[in-house]
Design a protein around this ligand. Structure first.
Ligand SMILES: C[S@@+](CC[C@H](N)C(=O)[O-])C[C@H]1O[C@@H](n2cnc3c(N)ncnc32)[C@H](O)[C@@H]1O
Length: 419
């Protein structure tokens, strides 16, 4: 009887749910691509901050604005150091013991209760329900200054230009010298929403955003999908907001880096809601990262459809997709030429000298990976090692080629506040 109760309890709490990285909010792309890419770009300023605070015998205070389910805590403490070496096992740039406090603010009580149930047991983690639409909430202004003012996954796209300027200016007034501010918006020119490219660049534009991707394909058409406005921005629009915030706050906001995140694998690639020509790349890349699942590598190939009248955007996407296609085709070719019985590679396509360096590097890496491990007999080395590495190579290609101008699902700016 008690046994039955125990199993039923496990089932109803969701702890027995079959977990897979192929779908959902925390799919493989979110874990192994989006969170990691954000972390890699954050690594230099975060490591520098940690070093500086360590020298002063101080720890780090983090404010996560629009924290939702509180995942910023894991993202920030998951940022790795550069080249930890293969022997080390502690690879975090910001280990949890160096965090003095993490405060998450959000307007949504449901998300905050999810955040509290996941992270509430950590004594230094706190969540506050408040509205940021008129600037930094008063309860936060009364807090001690933070070292990191963090937003993630499009949070700042909820706000108009003037609201964002006020929020950023409030952050700058509140922050100490040397604090990091990370702003995260939706990019204006993602291929996912090619149908929206024509909206005038000099006027702020909010798209009708559908979270349709949480439904599996077969349920999507019948699902009642909520729609809400989210602002699409270019790097120029972010720079304009930063300039105004500098003026209002009387501080200097130094851009450290802008980057486009999720050009290849934004969530709306697979829904086709705003561009029916998008290939379902997120699904394919989720499969690359999933253990014991082999992927049809041809499903990663993109047949780019240009939009007439947008030459500079078409040229960029044409080049990026030609590079990713070349990498995928090269990988297919090396796999087809590799003899896993005796570990020989019969022949290999040329890596042409005029290819962009990031593509050449990715091709060489895939060849070395396949030759290095292709002979292994235990575990499914193709599904578990080679395909995952192709996922990382595609990720690296996107990171190296993106211009940080608003070409991806996300446009992120990392800044240092100087006083
Ligand atoms: C795109 S989600 C990002 C959530 C979280 N940072 C993540 O990475 O999963 C945007 C978040 O901003 C919050 N938000 C929107 N408008 C807000 C407001 N006026 N004040 C505070 N939070 C707000 C939403 O509730 C939501 O949790």
């Amino acid at each position: 009887m008690t046994e039955k109760k125990a199993y039923s309890q496990a089932a109803t709490t969701g702890k027995y749910d079959k977990s897979t990285g192929l779908l959902g909010k925390y799919d493989n792309v979110r874990k192994f691509w989006e969170d990691q890419v954000t972390g890699i770009f954050l690594r230099p300023p975060l490591s520098e901050l940690v070093k500086r605070k360590r020298q002063r015998l101080e720890r780090i205070r983090i404010l996560d604005l629009g924290c939702g389910s509180g995942d910023g805590y894991d993202l920030l403490t998951g940022v790795t150091t550069k080249d930890p070496g293969i022997y080390e096992y502690i690879t975090a740039a910001l280990t949890p013991d160096m965090v003095r406090e993490y405060v998450g603010v959000d307007i949504n009580e449901d998300l905050l209760s999810q955040a509290a149930s996941t992270y509430g047991h950590i004594p230094k983690v706190h969540f506050v329900c408040d509205d940021m639409s008129e600037g930094l909430p008063a309860a936060m202004v009364d807090e001690e200054p933070f070292d990191v003012y963090f937003t993630s996954f499009g949070t700042l796209s909820h706000f108009h230009h003037d609201q964002s300027v006020k929020l950023i200016a409030d952050i700058c007034k509140h922050a100490p010298d040397g604090a990091i501010f990370m702003g995260d918006w939706l990019g204006r020119y993602s291929y996912e929403w090619q149908e929206l490219w024509h909206h005038p660049a000099d006027k702020e534009y909010f798209m009708d955003y559908r979270i349709s991707y949480i439904y599996p394909n077969e349920e999507r058409d019948d699902a009642e999908v909520a729609v809400f406005p989210l602002r699409l921005v270019s790097q120029d629009e972010v720079r304009a907001m930063i300039k105004e915030a500098e003026k209002v706050s009387g501080t200097k906001i130094k851009p450290i880096i802008f980057f486009d995140r999720s050009i290849l694998i934004g969530r709306h690639m697979d829904t086709g809601d705003y561009n029916k020509n998008c290939p379902k790349l997120r699904r394919a890349v989720n499969s690359l990262f999933e253990s014991y699942v082999r992927t049809d590598l041809e499903s990663l190939l993109v047949d780019y459809v240009p939009r007439p009248g947008f030459d500079h955007l078409n040229n960029f996407f044409e080049m990026l997709f030609m590079c990713s296609n070349a990498l995928v085709k090269y990988t297919i070719s090396v796999l087809s030429q590799y003899d896993s019985q005796n570990g020989d590679l019969h022949s290999v396509d040329d890596v042409l000298p005029f290819y962009p360096d990031p593509l050449k590097e990715a091709m060489h890496s895939m060849r070395r990976v396949i030759e290095g491990v292709g002979w292994l007999k235990w575990g499914d080395v193709r599904a578990n090692v080679i395909e995952a590495q192709l996922g990382y190579c595609l990720r690296k290609l996107e990171m190296d080629i993106q211009p940080g101008k608003g070409m991806g699902h996300g446009l992120v700016g990392i800044f240092e506040i100087r006083k």
